[in-house]
Design a binder for this molecule. Structure first.
Ligand SMILES: C[S@@+](CC[C@H](N)C(=O)[O-])C[C@H]1O[C@@H](n2cnc3c(N)ncnc32)[C@H](O)[C@@H]1O
Length: 209
């Protein structure tokens, strides 16, 4: 295994797990993840950090998908720790192997920044939701301030290489709305104690129209 592969497969999942567990990010998870109910699908479930926030009695089934083998290991360990039955599979958001309208809710946190095809992934998430189904999202992305955005554009090429393909300039709520969701934004802000170029977050609920 070359250095780049080793870095992406072994180091990045650990870095992400650490960075995505900051108190500010954990607080954001509590605003959306516990709202999921029924048949739930989580895209980018690697790391398994969200699992502790699901309200298990409200959930009929939980399926998670992620392309990272190491991330899936962490996710399966979280499922064991929670003691619930979870169907956790390797795969990408661009090609979700479930039939149309399979789920009541989809959860997507800090993942749309990393998928290869954001619009394609959102279209897949919409497809697997039943009509009226709900997508709960918390994502970081394109800042509304021109000076911050300029820095995001400068840093993004290097950042992507170091952070597992993570983009800094992708729109969040607007991208969700453009895919055929009725977006009910719950909040948007810069994260405290985080560099602004990586700290713009938006979270909310989006109903499949
Ligand atoms: C920043 S991490 C966030 C992990 C987790 N969602 C969380 O909130 O802690 C980004 C995740 O997206 C996953 N990912 C990367 N490309 C993906 C793709 N094409 N489809 C689905 N997930 C992908 C990565 O493996 C990683 O687990």
């Amino acid at each position: 295994m070359g250095f780049a592969n080793w870095y992406d497969e072994q180091v990045v999942p650990r870095l992400i797990r650490c960075a995505c567990s900051s108190p500010a990010i954990m607080a954001l998870r509590t605003k959306v993840v516990p709202l999921a109910s029924g048949r739930v699908f989580e895209i980018g479930c690697g790391g398994g950090i969200n699992q502790e926030f699901y309200d298990a009695p409200r959930i009929d089934s939980y399926c998670g998908m992620d392309p990272s083998a190491k991330g899936l290991e962490f996710a399966r360990a979280s499922a064991n720790q929670k003691g619930w039955s979870a169907d956790i599979r390797e795969g990408t958001g661009e090609a979700i192997p479930y039939p149309d309208a399979s789920f009541d809710c989809v959860v997507c946190t800090f993942t749309l920044c990393s998928v290869q095809d954001q619009a394609g992934t959102l279209a897949q998430l919409r497809r697997i939701l039943k009509p009226g189904g709900r997508l709960f999202y918390t994502e970081h992305g394109r800042a509304p301030d021109a000076n911050v955005l300029r820095w995001q554009e400068r840093i993004e090429p290097v950042w992507k290489r170091l952070a597992g393909g993570c983009h800094l300039t992708r729109p969040i709520g607007d991208a969700v709305a453009q895919t055929g969701f009725d977006v009910r934004e719950m909040g948007r802000r810069y994260l405290p104690k985080t560099p602004r170029f990586a700290g713009w977050v938006e979270w909310g609920e989006a109903i499949r129209i």
